[in-house]
Design a protein around this ligand. Sequence first.
Ligand code: GDP
Length: 193
Amino acid sequence: DAEVALVGRSNVGKSTLMRELTGHDKFDTGGKPGVTREPNHYDWAPEDFVITDLPGFGFMSGVHEEYREEIKTNIVRYLEAYAEHILVAILVLDGKSAVDIIDRHSGPDEIPYDVEMYHFLQDLGIPTVVAVNKMDKVDDRDERLDDICDRLGLYPPWQQWQDVVAPITAKNGQIDPLNEAVRTHLHEEGRDD
Ligand code: GDP
């Protein structure tokens, strides 16, 4: 089945977004991090796709480093195995904290998870939309989105990348930019019949 895959660090609002996208009400939100261990598949009603929620990666309090690595390895394996079927990947970031976290983990020997994941998806040839969530908590909107573009290697201003960078507030159901960006890629793929 044609598939849209949702990836992101733990606590960025992936479950909240899933609920908005699918209309289902059964996602763990604000619950125990790391609860989603296996990829979960849901029908995405308005489109004829399956949407796959991959486990949240990165730091989770009370979760061992080894287990964290295992989760990440499983995500990577899943994406590699299903790259051909995945029409679009949605990489969810927390707009409030993403730039700080990325900068904290940037160094000569360190690539931040989010940046690594973005490039990995590019390498796999999976069209990727970066959903910048929690925009309700961001004051300097344009500056923040430019910074995110910069960190991902996309030349600012962000407005040039509206098919890649989608500012959203999942909590309030404000996800139009994401729907539009995703649709752009579906149409590019030429599978929107
Ligand atoms: P997940 O771990 O990525 O699945 O994240 P959740 O969906 O469980 O959300 C984590 C926390 O972020 C919860 O407290 C949500 O209410 C909150 N959250 C999700 N989306 C938004 C948003 O758009 N704005 C704000 N301010 N909070 C959000």
